[in-house]
Design a protein. Structure first.
Length: 248
């Protein structure tokens, strides 16, 4: 494992209780940062803290609630000091349906968590980073946001919007030492698979030239560099984690 120095910094990782978010937490913690996990699942948060150690902070928060996000940020900074690293990993896949059959309630929920939640968290954290004159943000999008997956219109649209949000915010903050980038993973075997049909899982695997799913530690290694001081120039960019699937 390459050494990344995040010593003296405080990180927020949304969706940090499991899957990619938990892998990001392990890597960022190993690199020396203090870590706060944000997740709406209190039971899984407790399990994640048991795994990572009592020094890790956790906050139960629903990122679709803008006021709750502001409160979570305030609580985190009271415990850990100014937040200089943010990884937005919270998200859901939603069910698999053709667009004309997609339930309106599910559409709204996927967009609310994946897009609006990412907006709320960025909105809460950016002013603190600006006050420090430093920050690193990674928003987790998806290869589906680049290419669109059939029978996953809500997920694909929400992740495409996360890419657009990242590019916009990256340009807004480009004059300061605050980098805003996103990653576009192919599927990894995480609990998000529980929301998908086997047919959809097989489809995703068939599209990956490497012939396998992403390993969560592979994603964590890229994110660790993106949130480091070594990433001093790149902002508003999209980093591919698709195993060769992406063509741009």
């Amino acid at each position: 494992m390459n050494t990344i120095d995040l010593g003296g910094q405080s990180a927020v990782i949304t969706g940090g209780a499991q899957g990619l978010g938990l892998a990001f937490a392990r890597r960022i913690l190993a690199s020396g940062a203090k870590v706060a996990l944000w997740d709406m699942n209190a039971e899984r948060l407790a399990a994640a803290r048991r795994e990572l150690g009592s020094s890790v902070e956790s906050v139960v928060v629903d990122i679709t609630d803008a006021e709750a996000v502001v409160a979570a940020h305030r609580e985190t900074e009271q415990r850990l000091g100014p937040v200089s690293i943010l990884v937005n990993s919270a998200g859901i896949a939603g069910p698999n349906h053709r667009l004309e059959d997609y339930p309106l309630e599910d559409w709204r929920r996927v967009v609310d968590i994946n897009l609006n939640g990412t907006f709320h968290v960025n909105r809460a954290v950016v002013p603190s980073m600006k006050a420090q004159g430093y920050g690193r943000i990674v928003n987790v999008a998806s290869i589906a946001g680049k290419e669109g997956n059939p029978n996953a219109s809500a997920y694909s649209a929400s992740k495409a919007a996360v890419i657009g949000l990242t590019k916009s915010l990256g340009k807004e903050l480009a004059g300061q030492d605050i980098a805003v980038n996103c990653v576009t993973p192919a599927a990894a075997r995480t609990p998000i698979f529980d929301q998908m049909s086997q047919e959809h899982i097989d489809y995703m695997l068939s599209k990956i030239p490497r012939g396998r799913f992403l390993e969560v530690d592979e994603a964590a290694n890229m994110v660790a560099w993106l949130v480091s001081k070594e990433n001093s120039f790149t902002t508003g960019a999209v980093f591919d984690l698709s195993g060769g699937r992406a063509t741009y």
